[in-house]
Design a protein around this ligand. Structure first.
Ligand SMILES: Nc1ncnc2c1ncn2[C@@H]1O[C@H](COP(=O)(O)OP(=O)(O)OP(=O)(O)O)[C@@H](O)[C@H]1O
Length: 350
């Protein structure tokens, strides 16, 4: 279990003054489930994970792992394993040597090293030097190191970075298996499709604060609203008939449009009332990505290309809501540099 209480980290940055990377957050990552940690670049995910691992000190508040700050556990590697920086290995050592050194300094039996090599699929490269490892092999080695102490809590920061599709699936299955064994798994990823298949619960950060803390399914429902895809040869008349203050209608093409704010049954009835011919009436499930983009829209530190509202197709007879405007159903593209600008070493604690 990971418990944060009023956790705050302020970096004494340069020109722009102090920066609250983590701003008074409280949450619990519970055992037996995968907690997805989401947020735009610079939201404070890595900082929170580093604080949990005792790699940084909170400015105020606290974060504990299995009831204690990690440094107060007698054998931390048996309590918590983390993948925070997959590159943190001695390049001249082999993967097996790396794991053996870690095991021996933490009083872990040698046979556990062999088990972990087996679990991570590194068998064929375990005796090669780490400097020759691909990004994916390094990720697997980092995950292996995290598993070495058979800990009850795991913290994975972007564990699928650099992995091929088979590796991505392996991480997903591993995270699910670890949670099914009753462990706490806190996992960050920018891959929404992956997160939606892996996490049970989500904590979403934006600018150091918690924007959402709820089960994955509730998050998608809360942000999504009801969306229905409609195809009708009388699209223009039907769109007009459906217009109302809290209903948003967006045209895709001359015959197809999407409705937010009415369910399929109501739309079907309205179509019958005006004798519109319906060809399709499909309730759409909002994706995690859409829900996430809507929620974090205002919390993005970096954005390239500015806002790009969705455009109805050129042939559209017009998409209107009650205000007569063309609404954007999908959120702006969320793109930006891979990492936020850092002014490391400026808080004098590293
Ligand atoms: N050592 C540091 N010194 C100063 N500022 C820092 C330091 N580490 C992180 N920051 C800043 O704190 C904020 C949070 O960064 P953090 O790396 O925790 O975000 P993140 O959510 O993990 O982002 P990403 O998805 O890009 O990895 C950012 O604005 C970052 O620039």
């Amino acid at each position: 279990m990971i418990t944060a209480e009023a956790l705050t980290k302020v970096y004494r940055a340069g020109r722009s003054g102090p920066h609250r990377a983590v701003d008074g957050i409280s949450f619990t990552a519970e055992p037996g489930r995968v907690t997805g940690f989401l947020g735009p670049n610079g939201a404070g995910k890595t900082t929170t994970m580093r604080l949990a691992m005792g790699l940084d000190r909170p400015t105020s508040g606290s974060i504990t792992v299995n009831g204690l700050p990690v440094g107060r556990h007698a054998a931390p590697l048996r309590q918590v394993g983390a993948v925070l920086d997959a590159g943190a290995t001695h390049p001249g050592r082999t993967g097996r040597q790396h794991l053996r050194v870690l095991a021996s300094t933490h009083g872990i039996a040698r046979r556990r090293v062999d088990e972990v090599i087996e679990m991570t699929g590194l068998g064929s490269v375990a005796d090669r030097r780490v400097k020759g490892y691909s990004l994916g092999m390094n990720q697997r080695l980092g995950i292996g190191a995290a598993l070495l102490g058979d800990p009850a809590t795991l913290i994975f920061d972007e564990p699928v970075n650099g992995l091929d599709p088979e590796g991505v699936r392996w991480v997903r299955q591993l995270a699910r298996q670890l949670a099914a064994e009753g462990r706490t798994v806190l996992l960050s990823s920018h891959l929404m499709s992956e997160m939606s298949q892996t996490a049970d619960h989500l904590i979403v950060l934006g600018r150091g604060r918690i924007l959402a803390d709820m089960p994955l399914a509730d998050f998608i429902d809360a942000a999504g609203g009801t969306r229905v895809l409609v195809r009708s040869e009388d699209a223009t008349e039907l769109m007009t008939a459906l217009s109302a203050e809290d209903v948003t209608v967006t045209a895709h093409d001359a015959e197809t449009f999407e409705v937010v704010g009415l369910d399929a049954r109501t739309i079907g009835r309205r179509a019958r009332e005006i004798s519109a011919a319906l060809h399709e009436l499909t309730p759409l499930r909002t994706s995690l990505e859409e829900s996430y983009l809507r929620l974090t829209h205002d919390a993005v530190e970096h954005r390239s290309g500015g806002l790009t509202p969705s455009k109805p197709a050129a042939a559209s007879p017009g998409a209107t809501n009650a205000a007569g405007t063309v609404p954007a159903l999908t959120s702006p593209a969320l793109t930006g540099p891979a990492t936020a600008d850092r002014t490391a070493e400026q808080d004098g604690e590293h």
